[in-house]
Design a protein around this ligand. Structure first.
Ligand SMILES: Cc1cc2nc3c(=O)[nH]c(=O)nc-3n(C[C@H](O)[C@H](O)[C@H](O)COP(=O)(O)OP(=O)(O)OC[C@H]3O[C@@H](n4cnc5c(N)ncnc54)[C@H](O)[C@@H]3O)c2cc1C
Length: 375
């Protein structure tokens, strides 16, 4: 029997967090990244840990998974900080889901009823109560829902922390190493990069975001059905007296304050293939939606515009678990929820790979649902 050794393809939040969890359990791990780790969607994301505000109200399983991950996040963040010595700006100030007009208030009420039914701790705030807690919101808003357990994190710091933590436990990270071929013909797994380098292990984790279908050598049905969903997002700089405490979400945009006065404003959702151009229309629509809720952003400095590609699966649910050939583990398709879901994905993926057992938490999200094995 060869020694267990996991080869991870892709160094986004999924690949890095699984590497860290495996390595801190004493497992041998090699992570191969096409560019530099932590530079794709995981860096561009807003960092919302929004179980309540983000998930649609028909998505029961996903909602439960997000809540489970949110429950794990405080200790996940503390462990990253302890293992790396870096702070990840975990903010527990909560989220305000804002209705900017009467139509939006009707939709907000429906969402609120669903969240209440699910036993989620949400609170209806009148216009006056809303303006009381966030004075920089527009006086035109109608009402809001406070989701006090929807938190936020600085995902860029999380990525730096994960890298440092994973390396401190011995993970080998190879950058500028683009994998193109996965060979399962022997007893283990051999992956080959474009430049001819190879890595051999006992398990391969495919966590290459929306590029997770682009490998030769393995059965086509193992390649997860993911596509890129483009998101344009902006960074503004908050200057006194302007201040936001909560994450603010509306129908057309969201605003996520960081402790260092950055304000992340997002995001478009565009079916544009692998196009990563920043467009005038994208910037306009994000600013317009945000300005409607928080007019004071008008005077803030625009620091940057970024583009990320969310890995969206065919049914918009994550794809996590072993393929029929249990040397292949998939961790992608997290779409709009990859940051929040990293805590539960990484911990469950690592324990599955170590034990060889499927995770009960991810039963509904198995890759086998696309491989003709599960209903
Ligand atoms: C604008 C925007 C805002 C978002 N906001 C939030 C949010 O607030 N909260 C939330 O939970 N989620 C959010 N998301 C979603 C979240 O960012 C993603 O779900 C998550 O980052 C996906 O992580 P990943 O590791 O699967 O993919 P990625 O971050 O895309 O990483 C995949 C990595 O694989 C590498 N790779 C690809 N092909 C190969 C290859 N052949 N060989 C080697 N390496 C390869 C890539 O270079 C990349 O580094 C947002 C996304 C966007 C775009």
């Amino acid at each position: 029997m060869s020694e267990s050794h996991t080869i991870i393809i892709g160094g986004g939040i999924m690949g890095l967090s699984i590497a860290w969890r495996l390595a801190r359990e004493g497992q041998r791990v090699t992570l191969l990244e096409r560019g530099e780790v932590g530079q794709a969607a995981s860096r561009v994301a807003a960092g919302m840990l929004a179980a309540s505000a983000e998930v649609g109200y028909e998505e029961f399983e996903l909602y439960a998974l997000c809540r489970e991950s949110l429950r794990r996040w405080p200790s996940f963040a503390k462990q990253i900080e302890a293992d790396s010595g870096l702070q990840v700006d975990y903010r527990s100030n909560g989220t305000l889901i804002v209705a900017h007009d009467r139509d939006a208030a009707v939709a907000l009420q429906r969402g609120y009823d669903f969240q209440k039914e699910q036993g989620y701790p949400v609170e209806w705030l009148t216009k006056a109560e809303t303006l009381d807690v966030e004075p920089f919101l527009s006086p035109r808003i109608v009402a809001s829902v406070r989701a006090s357990e929807d938190h936020a994190v600085d995902n860029r710091m999380v990525l730096k922390g994960l890298r440092k933590a994973a390396e401190s436990f011995g993970t080998d990270i190879l950058e500028h190493c683009e994998v193109e071929h996965i060979d399962l013909s022997g007893t283990g797994v051999t992956v080959r990069a474009k430049d001819g380098r190879t890595a051999e292990g006992s398990t391969v984790v495919i966590s290459a975001g929306p590029w997770s279908r682009q490998f030769s050598g393995i059965k086509a049905e193992y390649l997860p059905p993911v596509r890129p969903v483009k998101g344009q997002i902006l960074e503004l700089r908050m200057e006194r007296p302007f201040e936001l405490t909560h994450v603010i979400r509306g129908a057309k945009a969201y605003l996520v304050p960081r402790s260092d006065n950055r304000l992340i404003v997002g995001a478009t959702s565009e079916e544009m293939g692998f196009d990563v151009r920043k467009t005038a229309g994208g910037v306009y629509s994000v600013l317009d939606g945000a300005w409607e809720m928080v007019p004071g952003i008008y005077d803030l400095e625009l620091v940057s515009v970024d583009v990320g590609l969310r890995p969206g699966s065919r049914d918009h649910q994550p794809i996590v678990g072993f393929c029929e050939d249990r040397r292949v583990f998939i961790a992608t398709g997290h779409y709009r929820h990859g940051v929040i879901l990293s805590a539960v994905t990484a911990t469950e993926a690592a324990s599955s790979i170590i034990s060889g057992n499927d995770s009960a938490v991810f039963e509904y999200f198995t890759p086998k649902r696309f491989q003709g094995e599960a209903s």
